[in-house]
Design a protein around this ligand. Structure first.
Ligand code: RUB
Length: 331
Protein backbone atom coordinates (compact mmCIF):
# COMPACT_ATOMS: atom_id res chain seq x y z
CA UNK A 1 0.00 0.00 0.00
CA UNK A 2 1.27 3.46 -0.75
CA UNK A 3 2.02 5.87 2.08
CA UNK A 4 -0.99 8.18 2.66
CA UNK A 5 -0.76 11.91 1.85
CA UNK A 6 -1.47 12.75 5.50
CA UNK A 7 1.85 11.13 6.46
CA UNK A 8 3.78 12.85 3.66
CA UNK A 9 2.36 16.16 4.88
CA UNK A 10 3.48 15.51 8.46
CA UNK A 11 6.98 14.58 7.20
CA UNK A 12 7.11 17.80 5.17
CA UNK A 13 5.99 19.83 8.18
CA UNK A 14 8.84 18.39 10.25
CA UNK A 15 11.35 18.95 7.44
CA UNK A 16 10.11 22.54 6.90
CA UNK A 17 10.22 23.19 10.69
CA UNK A 18 6.51 23.96 10.95
CA UNK A 19 6.75 21.24 13.58
CA UNK A 20 10.04 21.64 15.45
CA UNK A 21 11.87 21.04 18.72
CA UNK A 22 13.14 17.53 19.50
CA UNK A 23 10.36 16.57 21.91
CA UNK A 24 7.56 17.74 19.67
CA UNK A 25 9.14 16.07 16.65
CA UNK A 26 9.20 12.76 18.58
CA UNK A 27 5.56 13.00 19.68
CA UNK A 28 4.48 13.97 16.16
CA UNK A 29 6.30 10.95 14.71
CA UNK A 30 4.60 8.67 17.25
CA UNK A 31 1.23 10.11 16.28
CA UNK A 32 2.07 9.73 12.59
CA UNK A 33 2.84 6.01 13.04
CA UNK A 34 -0.48 5.59 14.83
CA UNK A 35 -2.32 7.46 12.07
CA UNK A 36 -0.57 5.51 9.31
CA UNK A 37 -1.53 2.29 11.06
CA UNK A 38 -5.20 3.34 11.31
CA UNK A 39 -5.25 4.29 7.62
CA UNK A 40 -3.89 0.89 6.53
CA UNK A 41 -6.62 -0.99 4.67
CA UNK A 42 -5.03 -4.38 3.94
CA UNK A 43 -5.31 -7.62 5.92
CA UNK A 44 -1.82 -9.18 5.59
CA UNK A 45 0.34 -8.69 8.68
CA UNK A 46 3.56 -9.09 6.68
CA UNK A 47 2.55 -6.40 4.20
CA UNK A 48 1.47 -4.19 7.11
CA UNK A 49 4.93 -4.53 8.68
CA UNK A 50 6.61 -3.55 5.39
CA UNK A 51 4.25 -0.60 5.06
CA UNK A 52 5.00 0.56 8.64
CA UNK A 53 8.73 0.25 7.90
CA UNK A 54 8.28 2.48 4.85
CA UNK A 55 6.36 5.05 6.90
CA UNK A 56 9.12 4.94 9.56
CA UNK A 57 11.79 5.58 6.90
CA UNK A 58 9.90 8.58 5.53
CA UNK A 59 9.65 10.09 9.02
CA UNK A 60 13.28 9.28 9.84
CA UNK A 61 14.47 11.07 6.71
CA UNK A 62 13.04 14.44 7.75
CA UNK A 63 15.62 15.81 10.19
CA UNK A 64 18.84 14.00 11.06
CA UNK A 65 19.97 15.43 14.41
CA UNK A 66 17.13 15.01 16.93
CA UNK A 67 17.74 11.51 18.35
CA UNK A 68 14.29 11.70 19.89
CA UNK A 69 12.93 10.89 16.42
CA UNK A 70 14.57 7.46 15.91
CA UNK A 71 14.10 6.72 19.62
CA UNK A 72 10.33 7.36 19.34
CA UNK A 73 10.05 5.27 16.19
CA UNK A 74 12.10 2.45 17.73
CA UNK A 75 9.94 2.52 20.85
CA UNK A 76 6.89 1.71 18.72
CA UNK A 77 8.34 -0.44 15.93
CA UNK A 78 10.35 -2.66 18.30
CA UNK A 79 7.14 -3.57 20.14
CA UNK A 80 5.56 -4.57 16.84
CA UNK A 81 8.57 -6.53 15.58
CA UNK A 82 9.27 -8.26 18.90
CA UNK A 83 5.74 -9.67 18.92
CA UNK A 84 5.51 -10.49 15.25
CA UNK A 85 5.39 -14.32 15.72
CA UNK A 86 2.58 -14.07 18.24
CA UNK A 87 0.36 -11.69 16.24
CA UNK A 88 -2.87 -13.41 15.08
CA UNK A 89 -4.34 -10.80 12.73
CA UNK A 90 -4.00 -7.25 11.48
CA UNK A 91 -6.19 -5.83 14.27
CA UNK A 92 -3.80 -7.19 16.89
CA UNK A 93 -0.84 -5.65 15.03
CA UNK A 94 -2.62 -2.29 14.83
CA UNK A 95 -3.48 -2.43 18.55
CA UNK A 96 0.22 -2.90 19.41
CA UNK A 97 1.18 0.19 17.40
CA UNK A 98 -1.70 2.25 18.79
CA UNK A 99 -0.90 1.36 22.41
CA UNK A 100 2.85 1.90 21.97
CA UNK A 101 2.32 5.33 20.34
CA UNK A 102 -0.08 6.39 23.11
CA UNK A 103 2.36 5.18 25.74
CA UNK A 104 5.28 7.06 24.18
CA UNK A 105 3.30 10.31 24.01
CA UNK A 106 2.03 9.93 27.58
CA UNK A 107 5.56 9.24 28.89
CA UNK A 108 6.96 12.15 26.92
CA UNK A 109 4.46 14.62 28.39
CA UNK A 110 5.01 13.25 31.89
CA UNK A 111 8.79 13.56 31.41
CA UNK A 112 8.43 17.26 30.59
CA UNK A 113 6.39 17.79 33.74
CA UNK A 114 8.92 15.93 35.91
CA UNK A 115 11.87 17.82 34.39
CA UNK A 116 10.05 21.05 35.24
CA UNK A 117 9.51 19.91 38.81
CA UNK A 118 13.05 18.60 39.36
CA UNK A 119 14.79 21.47 37.55
CA UNK A 120 12.77 24.25 39.21
CA UNK A 121 14.13 23.16 42.60
CA UNK A 122 17.60 24.14 41.37
CA UNK A 123 16.48 27.72 40.64
CA UNK A 124 16.96 30.25 43.41
CA UNK A 125 14.78 33.22 44.18
CA UNK A 126 16.28 36.18 42.30
CA UNK A 127 18.09 34.06 39.68
CA UNK A 128 18.78 35.53 36.25
CA UNK A 129 18.60 32.77 33.66
CA UNK A 130 19.88 32.65 30.11
CA UNK A 131 18.27 30.34 27.55
CA UNK A 132 18.90 29.72 23.87
CA UNK A 133 16.54 28.71 21.04
CA UNK A 134 13.16 27.33 22.06
CA UNK A 135 13.17 24.23 24.21
CA UNK A 136 10.02 22.96 25.90
CA UNK A 137 12.13 21.09 28.47
CA UNK A 138 14.10 24.23 29.41
CA UNK A 139 10.88 26.27 29.46
CA UNK A 140 9.20 23.71 31.67
CA UNK A 141 11.85 24.37 34.36
CA UNK A 142 11.71 28.16 34.04
CA UNK A 143 7.90 28.28 34.07
CA UNK A 144 7.65 25.86 37.02
CA UNK A 145 10.15 27.98 39.03
CA UNK A 146 7.96 31.02 38.35
CA UNK A 147 4.84 29.10 39.40
CA UNK A 148 6.61 28.15 42.65
CA UNK A 149 6.72 31.88 43.35
CA UNK A 150 10.44 32.38 42.66
CA UNK A 151 11.28 35.84 41.43
CA UNK A 152 13.26 35.16 38.26
CA UNK A 153 14.36 37.05 35.18
CA UNK A 154 15.23 35.54 31.81
CA UNK A 155 17.49 36.54 28.93
CA UNK A 156 16.72 34.74 25.67
CA UNK A 157 18.83 34.82 22.52
CA UNK A 158 17.29 35.59 19.13
CA UNK A 159 18.72 32.29 17.79
CA UNK A 160 19.59 33.16 14.24
CA UNK A 161 18.91 32.33 11.53
CA UNK A 162 15.43 30.97 12.36
CA UNK A 163 14.71 33.22 15.38
CA UNK A 164 13.20 30.54 17.62
CA UNK A 165 14.09 32.89 20.51
CA UNK A 166 11.06 34.97 19.55
CA UNK A 167 8.80 32.03 20.41
CA UNK A 168 10.59 31.67 23.76
CA UNK A 169 10.19 35.33 24.79
CA UNK A 170 6.52 35.30 23.77
CA UNK A 171 5.75 32.20 25.85
CA UNK A 172 7.61 33.54 28.90
CA UNK A 173 6.08 37.01 28.69
CA UNK A 174 2.61 35.48 28.45
CA UNK A 175 3.34 33.61 31.69
CA UNK A 176 4.18 36.91 33.36
CA UNK A 177 7.93 36.25 33.54
CA UNK A 178 10.31 39.21 33.06
CA UNK A 179 12.20 38.47 29.87
CA UNK A 180 14.69 40.27 27.60
CA UNK A 181 15.57 39.34 24.03
CA UNK A 182 19.25 39.69 23.06
CA UNK A 183 21.20 39.12 19.84
CA UNK A 184 23.22 35.90 19.84
CA UNK A 185 26.38 38.00 19.62
CA UNK A 186 25.64 39.81 22.91
CA UNK A 187 26.17 36.74 25.09
CA UNK A 188 29.70 37.49 26.33
CA UNK A 189 28.67 41.02 27.29
CA UNK A 190 25.61 39.96 29.26
CA UNK A 191 27.08 36.82 30.86
CA UNK A 192 28.19 38.93 33.86
CA UNK A 193 24.52 39.28 34.84
CA UNK A 194 23.61 35.61 34.46
CA UNK A 195 23.29 33.11 37.33
CA UNK A 196 22.39 30.00 35.34
CA UNK A 197 22.20 28.90 31.73
CA UNK A 198 19.38 26.47 30.92
CA UNK A 199 19.10 24.94 27.45
CA UNK A 200 17.48 21.90 25.88
CA UNK A 201 19.02 19.13 23.77
CA UNK A 202 18.44 17.39 20.47
CA UNK A 203 20.79 14.59 21.37
CA UNK A 204 23.10 13.51 24.18
CA UNK A 205 26.05 11.27 23.44
CA UNK A 206 27.35 8.44 25.60
CA UNK A 207 30.20 10.65 26.88
CA UNK A 208 27.74 13.36 27.96
CA UNK A 209 28.36 15.73 25.02
CA UNK A 210 25.24 17.73 24.26
CA UNK A 211 23.99 18.45 20.74
CA UNK A 212 21.68 21.43 20.64
CA UNK A 213 20.87 24.48 18.50
CA UNK A 214 23.86 26.13 16.85
CA UNK A 215 25.42 28.61 19.26
CA UNK A 216 24.84 26.50 22.39
CA UNK A 217 28.51 25.51 22.61
CA UNK A 218 29.65 29.15 22.42
CA UNK A 219 27.26 30.03 25.23
CA UNK A 220 28.59 27.12 27.31
CA UNK A 221 32.17 28.20 26.66
CA UNK A 222 31.42 31.79 27.69
CA UNK A 223 29.54 30.55 30.77
CA UNK A 224 32.54 28.39 31.68
CA UNK A 225 34.84 31.39 31.39
CA UNK A 226 32.51 33.40 33.64
CA UNK A 227 32.00 30.49 36.09
CA UNK A 228 28.26 30.40 35.38
CA UNK A 229 26.62 26.99 35.62
CA UNK A 230 25.15 25.33 32.53
CA UNK A 231 22.13 23.04 32.92
CA UNK A 232 20.74 20.93 30.08
CA UNK A 233 17.09 19.85 30.25
CA UNK A 234 16.56 16.61 28.36
CA UNK A 235 14.16 13.67 28.44
CA UNK A 236 15.88 10.27 28.43
CA UNK A 237 14.71 9.68 24.84
CA UNK A 238 17.17 12.38 23.74
CA UNK A 239 20.09 10.08 24.67
CA UNK A 240 21.69 8.42 21.67
CA UNK A 241 22.28 4.64 21.95
CA UNK A 242 24.32 4.55 18.72
CA UNK A 243 27.02 6.76 20.30
CA UNK A 244 27.86 3.90 22.69
CA UNK A 245 29.49 2.09 19.78
CA UNK A 246 31.23 5.23 18.55
CA UNK A 247 28.68 6.50 16.02
CA UNK A 248 28.61 10.28 15.63
CA UNK A 249 25.45 12.37 15.78
CA UNK A 250 24.76 13.91 12.38
CA UNK A 251 24.73 17.69 12.40
CA UNK A 252 21.98 18.95 10.13
CA UNK A 253 23.07 21.41 7.45
CA UNK A 254 20.06 23.45 6.32
CA UNK A 255 19.47 25.59 3.26
CA UNK A 256 21.62 28.77 2.84
CA UNK A 257 18.33 30.60 2.11
CA UNK A 258 17.69 30.63 5.85
CA UNK A 259 20.85 32.74 6.32
CA UNK A 260 20.53 35.01 3.30
CA UNK A 261 17.62 34.98 0.83
CA UNK A 262 18.44 33.81 -2.72
CA UNK A 263 17.73 37.19 -4.34
CA UNK A 264 20.20 38.93 -2.00
CA UNK A 265 22.84 36.24 -2.38
CA UNK A 266 22.83 36.67 -6.17
CA UNK A 267 24.41 40.12 -5.62
CA UNK A 268 27.53 38.43 -4.22
CA UNK A 269 29.67 36.22 -6.34
CA UNK A 270 31.91 33.28 -5.40
CA UNK A 271 30.45 33.01 -1.91
CA UNK A 272 29.40 29.81 -0.26
CA UNK A 273 26.92 30.20 2.61
CA UNK A 274 26.92 27.52 5.29
CA UNK A 275 24.04 26.88 7.65
CA UNK A 276 24.82 24.19 10.25
CA UNK A 277 21.77 23.96 12.53
CA UNK A 278 23.32 22.35 15.62
CA UNK A 279 26.61 22.14 17.48
CA UNK A 280 28.26 19.93 20.08
CA UNK A 281 28.97 21.10 23.62
CA UNK A 282 31.64 18.93 25.25
CA UNK A 283 30.71 17.43 28.64
CA UNK A 284 33.34 19.58 30.41
CA UNK A 285 31.17 22.62 29.73
CA UNK A 286 27.97 21.10 31.09
CA UNK A 287 27.37 21.10 34.84
CA UNK A 288 24.34 18.82 34.92
CA UNK A 289 21.68 17.22 32.77
CA UNK A 290 18.16 17.38 34.17
CA UNK A 291 16.16 14.32 33.08
CA UNK A 292 12.79 12.96 34.23
CA UNK A 293 14.75 10.40 36.25
CA UNK A 294 16.72 13.00 38.14
CA UNK A 295 19.78 15.22 37.76
CA UNK A 296 22.94 13.59 36.47
CA UNK A 297 26.45 14.81 35.71
CA UNK A 298 27.05 14.56 31.93
CA UNK A 299 29.59 11.77 32.56
CA UNK A 300 26.72 9.59 33.81
CA UNK A 301 24.95 9.65 30.42
CA UNK A 302 26.16 6.11 29.79
CA UNK A 303 24.18 4.89 32.82
CA UNK A 304 20.93 6.30 31.41
CA UNK A 305 21.76 4.72 28.06
CA UNK A 306 22.42 1.31 29.63
CA UNK A 307 19.20 1.46 31.63
CA UNK A 308 16.90 2.78 28.89
CA UNK A 309 18.49 1.37 25.75
CA UNK A 310 20.45 -1.67 26.95
CA UNK A 311 18.49 -3.88 24.52
CA UNK A 312 19.35 -1.72 21.48
CA UNK A 313 23.00 -1.48 22.54
CA UNK A 314 23.17 -5.29 22.91
CA UNK A 315 21.75 -5.54 19.39
CA UNK A 316 24.43 -3.18 18.02
CA UNK A 317 27.19 -5.12 19.79
CA UNK A 318 25.80 -8.40 18.47
CA UNK A 319 25.72 -7.03 14.91
CA UNK A 320 29.29 -5.75 15.28
CA UNK A 321 30.57 -9.09 16.54
CA UNK A 322 28.83 -11.00 13.72
CA UNK A 323 30.34 -8.55 11.20
CA UNK A 324 33.77 -9.37 12.71
CA UNK A 325 33.14 -13.08 12.29
CA UNK A 326 32.13 -12.54 8.67
CA UNK A 327 35.33 -10.60 8.07
CA UNK A 328 37.42 -13.44 9.54
CA UNK A 329 35.67 -16.12 7.45
CA UNK A 330 35.90 -14.14 4.21
CA UNK A 331 39.59 -13.33 4.63
C1 RUB B 1 15.34 23.17 18.53
C2 RUB B 1 16.38 23.03 19.59
C3 RUB B 1 15.88 22.74 20.98
C4 RUB B 1 15.88 21.22 21.20
C5 RUB B 1 15.17 20.84 22.48
O1 RUB B 1 15.92 23.20 17.24
O2 RUB B 1 17.57 23.06 19.37
O3 RUB B 1 16.73 23.32 21.94
O4 RUB B 1 15.23 20.58 20.12
O5 RUB B 1 13.82 21.21 22.39
P1 RUB B 1 14.95 23.37 15.96
P2 RUB B 1 12.70 20.49 23.28
O6 RUB B 1 14.18 24.63 16.15
O7 RUB B 1 15.89 23.42 14.80
O8 RUB B 1 14.06 22.14 15.92
O9 RUB B 1 13.13 20.65 24.72
O10 RUB B 1 11.44 21.24 22.97
O11 RUB B 1 12.63 19.06 22.88
Amino acid sequence: MRVPNEIIKIANDIRGMRIRGAGRIARTAANALKLASELYEGTSVNEYVNYMRKVSDILLNTRPTAVSLPNAINFIMSRLLRNIDKIGDINEAKAIVRNAADEFIKRSKKALELIGEIGARRIRDGDIILTHCNSSAALSIIIRAHEMGKDIRVFATETRPRFQGLITVKVLAEKGIRVSLVPDSAIRLIMKKIDKVIVGADAIAANGAVVNKIGTSQIALIAHEARVRVFVAAETYKFSPATVIGELITIEERSPDEVIPKEKLSKYVRIKVRNPAFDVTPPEYVDAIITEQGIIPPQAAILILKEEYGWIIKDYLFKLSSEDEEEVTTK
